[in-house]
Write a protein that binds this ligand. Structure first.
Ligand code: HEM
Length: 218
C-alpha cells in the first residue's frame, strides 16, 4: 500500500497498460490459446503496442496545452521508453525468432521490402532518443536536447507508414485492412498539425479549467 501511494494514478495506469501486453502474451502462451502462427502474432502485437505507446507519448503535450494539466509532461519519458522497449522486442523477434539471425537472408529481405527499411529507420532514430531521455543528457545537451527529441515527430509518421504498409490494404482506395492504421495515421497527423505554431498558440489560448488530478508529488 505504501508503495502504491508513492505513485500517481496516471503513473500506475501507464505502467499497468505498458506491461499488460506482455502479461497477456505470457498468459495466452501458457493457456494454450495463442495464435497458430505465434511468431507473426508476437511481431504484430509488440509492433502495435510500440506504436500505441509512441502515440500516447505524443499525446502528453496537447493534453497539457489544452487542459493545463502538467503531469502528462512528466510521463512522456516513461511512455517513450516503453515504446522503445516494445519496438526492441519487436525487432528481436523478427531478427532472432523469425529469421534465426540469418544475416544474409535478413539483408535480402530488407532490400526486397522497403516497409522493413522504413521500420528500421524508425527504430534507429528511436535509439538516440531513448539513450538521451535521462536528465543527465538533458543537462549535457542543453537546447539541442529539445531539437533532438523533436525527431519523434518524424519517427511517428515513419512507424505509421511501416504499419500501414505491413497490412494487406490500400490506404488510397480504403480497401482491405486499413481501418486501424488509418486511425493511427489520423491521430499522428493531428499531432503534427498541432505542432504548427499559430495553431498551437490558438489552442493554448482557449480558456480551459486547470485539471488538478495529480497529487503534489512528482
Ligand atoms: C528494424 C526495425 C523493424 C523491423 C525489422 C520490423 C518488422 C516488422 C514485420 C516483419 C512486421 C510484419 C508482421 C506481420 O504482419 O507478419 C511488422 C509489423 C509492424 N511493425 Fe514493425 N518492424 C520494425 C520496426 C518497427 C517500429 C520501430 C515500430 C513502431 C514503433 C513498428 C511497428 C509495427 C506495427 C504497428 C506493425 C503491424 C502490426 C499488425 O500487423 O497489426 N515496427 N514489423
Amino acid at each position: 500500500m505504501k508503495l502504491l501511494s508513492r505513485y500517481t494514478p496516471l503513473q500506475i495506469a501507464i505502467h499497468v497498460y505498458a506491461w499488460s501486453a506482455f502479461v497477456w502474451i505470457i498468459y495466452e502462451l501458457f493457456n494454450g490459446s495463442f495464435s497458430i502462427n505465434p511468431i507473426q502474432e508476437l511481431e504484430q502485437r509488440t509492433g502495435r503496442h510500440a506504436i500505441t505507446l509512441l502515440v500516447l507519448s505524443l499525446l502528453c503535450t496537447p493534453i497539457h496545452t489544452i487542459f493545463k494539466w502538467s503531469e502528462p509532461l512528466k510521463r512522456r519519458r516513461t511512455l517513450g521508453l516503453y515504446a522503445f522497449l516494445y519496438a526492441t522486442i519487436h525487432v528481436i523477434i523478427f531478427v532472432d525468432l523469425d529469421y534465426g539471425l540469418a544475416w544474409s537472408l535478413l539483408i535480402q529481405e530488407l532490400v526486397e521490402k522497403p516497409r522493413l527499411i522504413v521500420g528500421l529507420i524508425a527504430f534507429t532514430l528511436l535509439i538516440p532518443l531513448a539513450i538521451t531521455s535521462f536528465d543527465i543528457w538533458k543537462k549535457r545537451l542543453g537546447k539541442n536536447w529539445k531539437r533532438l527529441h523533436r525527431l519523434v515527430y518524424l519517427i511517428a509518421p515513419l512507424a505509421f507508414l511501416h504499419y500501414a504498409w505491413s497490412k494487406k490494404g490500400d490506404l488510397l482506395s480504403l480497401q482491405g485492412e486499413v481501418a486501424k492504421p488509418l486511425i493511427y495515421g489520423l491521430i499522428i497527423a493531428t499531432f503534427l498539425i498541432f505542432r504548427i505554431p499559430p495553431i498551437r498558440k490558438a489552442i493554448a489560448s482557449f480558456p480551459t479549467r486547470r485539471l488538478t488530478l495529480s497529487p503534489k508529488k512528482d
